[in-house]
Design a protein around this ligand. Sequence first.
Ligand SMILES: [Ca+2]
Ligand SMILES: [Ca+2]
Ligand SMILES: [Ca+2]
Length: 335
Amino acid sequence: MFGFIGKHIGLNLNFRVLFYIAAALLPLALVTGYVRANNIRWYISPSDPYIQTWSDTTAITVDDDWSNFIAINGYRGDDLTTGVGVDPQTVLADGESTPLMVIANQANPNNLAAAGVAEFDGLANPTVALKGSATADAPHLLIQLNKESCPDTKFITVSYNVRDLDSTRTDALQQVALQFRVGTTGNFTNVPGAFVYDATEGSRATRVTPVFGTLPHIPVSDNIIYLRILTTNAAGGINEWVGIDDITIGCYAPTASNVTVSGRVTGGGRATVLMTDQEGNSRSVKTNSFGLYRFDDVPAGQTYTLNAYSKGSQYDPKVVTVADSVTDLDFYPQP
Ligand SMILES: [Ca+2]
Ligand SMILES: [Ca+2]
Ligand SMILES: [Ca+2]
């Protein structure tokens, strides 16, 4: 058949040989697996949240093949940053040109030396996990959504559990950030209330850090939303596998009532936290002796800017959209 095509479309002999080789290798590639992304967007609506618990352990069977999923892919994030211990909230460039990755069918996070993105389906509670390295500078999960079925009066909320999977004595400072982007290209924007400063501890693999973030209002005309959950090569190049599990992305009505916004300011003594609404109205609170602060009676459904001030430390402002109470809006000093 190929000879027939070759004659009729004028392929020369060398092309025909290549054609035969490619045709012969194709089934091999299908059997051994190769890099395959899925490019299907999840249409999020009030009745159709996006949920991923990784309980289907047969969805990933070969390395780097994400084709059995909808809307989610993993990337190794090479050179999105080249430092160690870089705050992932500041790593915003697109990573889709870095290697698509998943190490399939793993059972032991303690002795998987490779890093990047892995599927641990041999755990009692299977999960996909991230781990940084000098190669996998900013490994991440990328989720593609279409929000045209989510009414403009509602918010997109994102929750997941970050799980420490490494029970060796290693204790990395494993940071995890949530980011979003409107549209298919360009930089991402960090979601401050969803930041995890350290998801792990040494000598055990039991810590679970629940994350809850709300995206700011995005105009109706911009329906393509990308979400990204990423870690970075941690300080000292010491890293632990962290599971990104129980992902739920909802289209959520803001609570009509007032909520609380609270967190902690680390470094320095007593700090002052200033909260400013979209109209420029501000109020402030002082942290207690543990560095904790709390604003009560915050109208839900708005976006606020929070600034922290203390002697000897400087902090980046945080912009947070509040659909429900926020309990972990923590400030860490700039290096
Ligand atoms: Ca599997
Ligand atoms: Ca650990
Ligand atoms: Ca740690």
